[in-house]
Design a protein around this ligand. Structure first.
Ligand code: HSE
Length: 294
């Protein structure tokens, strides 16, 4: 039996659209073994996960075997997925990463972590969820001619921060959240985001967290998505008002994350609309973990 544990991820972190993401201690855990039966998928969570060939982990495993030209064995999979679906917390990326890692083990193909990461980034089309899901921590990445170039940030002071994750009870499919974005942007907007994204990585690595409020600003995606996420603008204002260092839409949304100094954590109690829940989630530094268990 192979166990694969993959973290949730929050992408963009404000200005780093499609290029910056952070792993969180909320996991999709997969147990998989070869089986005489064609396919058996069991779920250990309450999430509406397909338990047949439409299951994203299964689709990823199937594609992996096709790509390496090996015959795929029957599979028994148990999925314990605690990452909320379609909430902007990288649930699909976690399935893709889990599927690739599991398929690499089952097939004994022996692909390196980097080769698997490249595959995951290509499948996602952008690396901001896949890269931190693989590597853990905060990762900045760029696609160049279909190849991912990425770097995990050195963030020695990250433990001074707490991440308040606010999740609504309504979903927002990424496809829909990408459709509301313009096809092109003016120079002013490009400079606005490039400057914030650069400042964001500098603030996170140096521990200059007082810069986060400015560094987490964005004009490329959040203003457009706020129109289809009821309550988002009010929550941003409330969090900053209650002393958050910065606030951003998690990935394509609708989840919102506020960054709070750990010392102020107990005092950070934002008033949220009733459809929104609130919890602190720690960053994950390990990324995907693969284990053979007997
Ligand atoms: N960077 C992506 C987006 C994350 O904002 O659309 C979701 O996959």
């Amino acid at each position: 039996m192979i166990k694969v544990r993959t973290p949730a991820t929050t992408a963009n972190m404000g200005p780093g659209f499609d290029c910056v993401g952070m792993a969180l201690q909320l996991y999709n855990t997969l147990y998989v073994e070869e089986s005489d039966r064609d396919l058996l998928i069991e779920s250990r969570s309450n999430q509406p996960i397909p338990l047949d060939r439409r299951n994203l982990i299964y689709i990823t495993i199937e594609n992996f075997f096709k790509e390496i030209g090996k015959k795929q064995p029957g599979l028994h999979m148990i999925q314990h997925d605690l990452i909320p679906l379609t909430r902007g917390l990288g649930s699909s990326a976690a399935c893709i990463v889990s599927g690739l890692a599991a398929a690499n083990e089952i097939s004994r193909a022996g692909l390196s972590r980097d080769e698997l990461l490249q595959m995951a980034a290509r499948l996602e089309g952008h690396p901001d969820n896949a890269a931190p899901a693989f590597l853990g921590g905060i990762v900045a990445g760029a696609m160049d001619n279909g190849r991912l170039f990425c770097c995990k940030l050195d963030t020695p002071k990250l433990s001074d921060l707490a991440f308040a994750v606010m999740i609504p009870d309504f979903p927002l499919p990424t496809e829909q959240a990408r459709k509301v974005l313009p096809n092109s942007y003016g120079r002013e907007d490009a400079v606005f985001n490039a400057s914030r994204a650069a400042l964001l990585t500098a603030a996170l690595t140096s521990g200059r967290f007082e810069l986060l409020k400015t560094a987490m600003q964005d004009v490329i995606h959040q203003p457009y998505r706020s129109k289809i996420i009821p309550g988002m603008n009010g929550i941003f204002a409330e969090c900053l008002n209650k002393g958050a260092l910065g606030v951003f839409l998690s990935g394509a949304g609708p989840t919102v994350i506020a960054v709070v100094r750990r010392g102020h954590l107990a005092r950070f109690v934002p008033k949220l609309p009733s459809e929104w829940s609130f919890q602190f989630i720690e960053p994950d530094d390990a990324g995907v973990q693969i284990e053979r268990i007997d």
